[in-house]
Write a protein that binds this ligand. Structure first.
Ligand code: NAD
Ligand code: TYD
Length: 339
């Protein structure tokens, strides 16, 4: 029997990278292709433990480049596609929305065309809860799969646009798709421009932690390992055409997150520095995960156990994040915060 070929886009990034490692180790019978353009967020050093494994392959390519993507699909005849590649940082989308439209919307369309033309058996589109917009502070209100899309940032608008294109390829061409919408992830190999790794790495360096506004914005946090397990489940068991929300009821204000990390590292809350608020800053996200739970998913980490695992990982992998913050990232950080 032919071995299944799975194309994972964005597999040099944070979540895609964790998913690539999870799948390469768990499924020696699958051929895993990691396709990535290697933007500022792409890093292949994280894959040193798997790069010599026979079922792992890397392709450097741009998902918006139709002249590369279509021939690649025609040659490799992928069975499944799991699509992570994206511009993913809200602050960058506020400064430079155009690249978000190009990568997230145009790039997804190119992949959909290639998948349709080569009759891919499953196309899992990794989206975000941010497409639903923001919730109020009522603790019993949640995003469900039926919540209307009301994205507020150029990032979430570009993700919502790509979701609609993915849906249309199912409705119009019967492409077997799923869309997953997960809450905020954290865990190993998280690029230190996002709140949790930014806080851990800056606290470890005794640097100030910038908290936007008064820190009362709420995010629903999920360990990346639990996200990977949910995607694996959707890939194998998701009902074609369906959307699945993924989240573990771990709502915290940003101030609570920063203080938890500071306390666990034994440092002073004086490191917290309030910074001008983000434009169009969504107040609260929270997921109702009942549908993915009915499919058979449940998280392994609580926020407490997950944040401890993550802090330990950053303590044990200083070489990884120090390399990142000493590179191009540094220039970006200076422009973003003028600290
Ligand atoms: P990331 O920024 O860490 O990684 C994105 C990867 O995509 C990088 O390796 C980058 O090089 C690659 N890429 C960018 N443009 C490309 C292009 N044109 N062609 C090929 N590759 C390209 O992102 P992440 O945080 O791992 O997020 C992955 C996906 O999950 C995104 O689609 C994001 O919207 C979604 N998501 C993220 C979160 C979160 O908390 N980070 C939560 C829910 C959903
Ligand atoms: P982030 O990690 O950028 O994820 P997202 O915007 O996709 O939710 O931000 C998480 C929350 O933390 C968000 O409310 C913005 C806030 N935040 C800060 O307060 N300071 C920071 O330096 C960053 C990067 C984020």
């Amino acid at each position: 029997m032919m071995r299944k070929k799975i194309l994972i886009t964005g597999g040099a990034g944070f979540i895609g990278g964790n998913f690539v490692q999870y799948m390469v180790n768990k499924y020696p019978e699958y051929e895993i292709y990691n396709l990535d353009l290697m933007t500022y967020a792409g890093d292949l050093t994280k894959h040193q433990s798997i790069e010599k494994m026979g079922n792992y392959h890397f392709v450097k390519a741009d998902i918006t480049d139709v002249d590369t993507i279509i021939p690649l699909f025609e040659k490799e005849k992928f069975d499944y596609v799991v699509h992570f590649a994206a511009e993913s940082h809200v602050d960058r989308s506020i400064k430079n929305p155009g690249i978000f439209v190009q990568t997230n919307v145009v790039g997804t369309h190119v992949l959909l065309e290639a998948a349709k033309e080569t009759k891919v058996q499953k196309f899992v589109h990794i989206s975000t809860d941010e497409v639903y917009g923001q919730l109020d502070l009522n603790p019993t209100s949640y995003f469900t799969e039926d919540t209307p899309l009301q994205p507020n940032s150029p990032y979430s608008a570009s993700k919502a646009s790509s979701d609609l294109l993915v849906r249309s390829y199912h409705e119009t061409y019967d492409l077997p798709i799923n869309i997953t919408r997960c809450s905020n992830n954290y865990g190993p190999f998280h690029f230190p421009e996002k709140l949790i790794p930014l806080t851990i790495t800056r606290v470890l360096n005794d640097q100030k932690v910038p908290i936007y506004g008064v820190g009362n914005h709420i995010r629903d946090w999920l360990h990346v390992y639990d996200h990977c397990k949910a995607i694996e489940l959707v890939l194998h068991k998701g009902i074609n055409g369906e959307v699945y929300n993924i989240g573990g009821h771990n709502e915290r204000t940003n101030l609570e997150v920063a203080k938890t990390i500071i306390h666990k590292l034994g440092k002073s809350e004086k490191l917290i520095e309030f910074a001008p608020d983000r434009l169009g800053h969504d107040l609260r996200y929270a997921i109702d995960p009942q549908k993915i739970e009915r499919l058979g998913w449940k998280p392994t980490y609580t926020f407490e156990s997950g944040i401890q695992q993550t802090i330990n990982w950053y303590l044990e992998h200083k070489y990884w994040w120090q390399k990142i913050i000493s590179g191009d990232y540094r220039n970006y950080f200076d422009r973003q915060y003028s600290l």
